[in-house]
Design a protein around this ligand. Structure first.
Ligand code: GDP
Ligand code: IMO
Ligand code: MG
Length: 428
């Protein structure tokens, strides 16, 4: 039994794509379990960069099975485009499977996401405007369309007819927007159905069998712990469960098959979109990190907000995900820092608190308490073992382990696949 979950420990973009790609070399299967094409996972192999939104980050290995699980909201147009782009670059898609239970993202979801963000004005969430929230709303309201429904021509035609009447009413009467044409959506989606049909199956069975046979299965989280609909900085969150628990529901397997949970941690913190961010740097230093780290969204190109590492949120991520280990990424981005700060706790109304508060109002009044560590002021991008890292870098990593009470198993020192230092083998 070798089920390993990989999740984001912060607000997304931690480098999950890079870590999954690195681990996937020795894995038999990689399963995406939530989110949709709001995700942007970057994989760099030699001089080639791949940006994946829906397809799991194991796709570059022809022997690794890649599964889009039932918990994902699937925009078929985006999937078809992503498949075409990868094929054009010589990547085999033979091993891709899509769950028949995944929800289908419809054009009205995207439109409503846009309109709702505009309506909120200053209180907007800063979504990726990919329709993810409205698609999950429909799933929970039981008016969603699943991949299996899309493949059943008559059922799809009838369901779309019913659902679209309500959506058009909402669009025209509430948002004052144009209605969608039933026939246009029907024709387009029936074409999509035929393109994705070869990949569709009941993936829960495939994942279950793999785990039972002792195969190595990676579960690839999108977004991050602090964007979780229950555990994140609500309402500035996404509409799914990026935490480890989401992998069970979103892949259709039970927790007894999981033996490790890896939290991907960027060596500092970033966030895209609105919402609280206690260690945010609004000065030149924040800008310096953004430029050095090329912190611009993979999906939307928006500049990412940048700040120091926050171990209050990391301890929280350890708790709510049950992290067994951490994979640290982008350590090289701190190479030129004379001093590096780590947030160890918050000061709230004169008191020191070490746990993440549950309300926005409390979080808004939390001031980070920092420790200062000397930087290493050296290029670490060619280093291949932990021992070769400068002492200050090793001290920084050791302090993260102490503050989170969690061991580090991987250290990334560059975007490329091979720029990864292994401390503990996940799959032997
Ligand atoms: P994800 O959404 O968690 O997969 O992360 P993204 O791909 O959105 O953003 C992470 C960015 O950092 C990508 O451009 C990666 O290529 C890059 N990256 C990942 N690990 C490292 C690293 O260790 N060093 C550097 N310099 N870049 C990295
Ligand atoms: P990956 O997988 C970073 C953020 C959006 C917004 C909030 C809600 O690449 O780490 P949504 O479109 O999901 O309704 O937006 O969540 N967000 C992400 N931020 N990385 C992501 O994915 C994100 N996916 C959504 O910016 O604040
Ligand atoms: Mg990303």
């Amino acid at each position: 039994m070798a089920g390993v979950i990989v999740v984001g420990s912060q607000w997304g973009d931690e480098g999950k794509g890079k870590i999954i790609d690195f681990l996937a070399e020795k894995a038999d299967m990689v399963v995406r379990f939530q989110g949709g094409n709001n995700a942007g996972h970057t994989v760099v192999v030699k001089d080639q960069e791949f940006r994946l939104h829906l397809i799991p980050s194991g796709i570059l290995y022809p022997q690794t099975q890649c599964v889009i699980g039932n918990g994902v909201v699937l925009d078929p147009a985006v999937l078809i485009q992503e498949i075409a782009n990868l094929k054009k670059r010589g990547v085999s898609i033979e091993n891709l499977l899509v769950s028949s239970r995944a929800q289908v993202l419809m054009p009205y979801h995207q439109k409503i996401d846009e309109l709702e963000e505009d309506r909120r004005g200053d209180n907007k969430i800063g979504t990726t405007k990919r329709g993810i929230g409205p698609a999950y709303m429909d799933k929970i309201s039981r008016v969603g369309i699943r991949v299996a429904d899309l493949l059943d021509r008559d059922f799809f035609a009838a369901t779309l007819d019913l659902v679209l009447q309500d959506k058009n009413e909402l669009l025209t009467k509430y948002y004052n927007a144009e209605p969608f044409s039933y026939q246009e959506i029907l024709d387009k989606y029936l074409e999509y159905a035929e393109e994705i049909r070869p990949y569709v199956t009941d993936t829960s069975i495939i994942v279950y069998k793999a785990l039972k046979e002792g195969k190595k299965v990676l579960f690839e989280g999108a977004q991050g712990t602090l964007l979780d609909i229950d555990h994140g900085t609500y309402p500035f969150v996404t509409s799914s469960h990026p935490v480890a628990g989401g992998a069970m529901v979103g892949a259709g397997i039970g927790p007894t098959y999981i033996n490790r949970v890896i939290g991907v941690v960027k060596a500092y913190t970033t966030r895209v979109g609105g919402g609280p961010f206690p260690t945010e740097l609004l000065d030149d230093l924040g800008q310096q990190i953004r430029e050095r780290g090329r912190e611009y969204g993979t999906t939307t190109g928006r500049p990412r907000r940048c700040g120091w590492l926050d171990t209050v949120i990391l301890r929280y991520a350890v708790r709510v995900n049950g992290l067994s280990e951490l994979a640290i990424t982008k350590l090289d981005i701190l190479d030129e820092m004379e001093t590096i700060k780590i947030c160890t706790a918050y000061r709230y109304k004169g008191q020191i608190i070490e746990e993440l508060p549950s309300t926005l109002a409390e979080l808004a009044h939390c001031e980070p308490i920092y420790e200062e560590w000397p930087g290493w002021m050296a290029d670490i991008t060619r280093i291949q073992t932990q021992e070769e890292l400068p002492l200050s870098a090793r001290n920084y990593l050791r302090r993260i382990e102490q503050l989170t009470e969690t061991p580090i198993n991987l250290i990334a020192v560059g975007p490329e696949r091979h720029k990864t230092i292994i401390l503990d083998y996940i799959f032997s």
